[in-house]
Design a protein around this ligand. Sequence first.
Ligand code: DO4
Ligand code: MG
Length: 274
Amino acid sequence: MKLFRTDAGCVVELDGEHFRIAADWDALLALEDLRTALDKLIAGREPFTPLNSADLLAPIGAQEVWAAGVTYYRSRGARMEESKDSGGGSFYDRVYSAERPELFFKSTASRTVGSGGQVRIRADATWSVPEPELTLLCSPAGRITGYTVGNDMSSRDIEGENPLYLPQAKVYNGSCALGPGILVSEGPLPPSTEIAIEIHRAGVLAFSGQTALSELKRDPQTLADYLFRDNAFPQGCFLMTGTGIVPPSTFTLASGDRIRITIAPIGTLENTVA
Ligand code: DO4
Ligand code: MG
């Protein structure tokens, strides 16, 4: 089952059929048993013609977006390399193997775009990349109730200059994309689940990469448990789980690039760089 936020309200997809439901987005995302509630809301309803992707909005209301970092070996290596001149290298190595994960505040709804929207490069950055990440929807009690596709846009030159610049490298207008909708959870996604990215520039493939959840070093529920330690999220929250795909150091995003991130059970998040 999938849940979408659209111009015309909330839409549930089940077995290829779409149902409009009269519900408040934030009230839905705060439910501990979202699946059961949605089953009840669509019971007896007539499906309507398929969803138009142009109507989709980012699946976020009052929730905060947080992110985990250095959860894949590829990210550890890329971060150690980018920060070797600033002395940051060993931090990344240590956090990769530490029990406590790296968790950082990433975004709010106002800085987040949905599928079809425009992500941004910081005006004062010279090296920018997308980070394709499985993103968890967590209930107020800290349970994983759904999954979406996320793009943790990052300014690698700023992050590499000094690890203390991380919030500036990560949090700015248009730095986060989520969508296209939420896969309502019926349990964990299998480790074989693939995450894939394609970046097209002027119609030509400029970069592609893929990884699988089996490469994620941390258990998603354990990441959520750390986030909820002494932290309340009355509206629920989103938690990005880190990137396992990093383009080569010679690659930086440019205006007009088209970014497609696919996690098959959830869908494809598609954005253009402003
Ligand atoms: O520690 C810096 C950020 C790491 C990150 O965003 C990632 O690994 O995905
Ligand atoms: Mg990331």
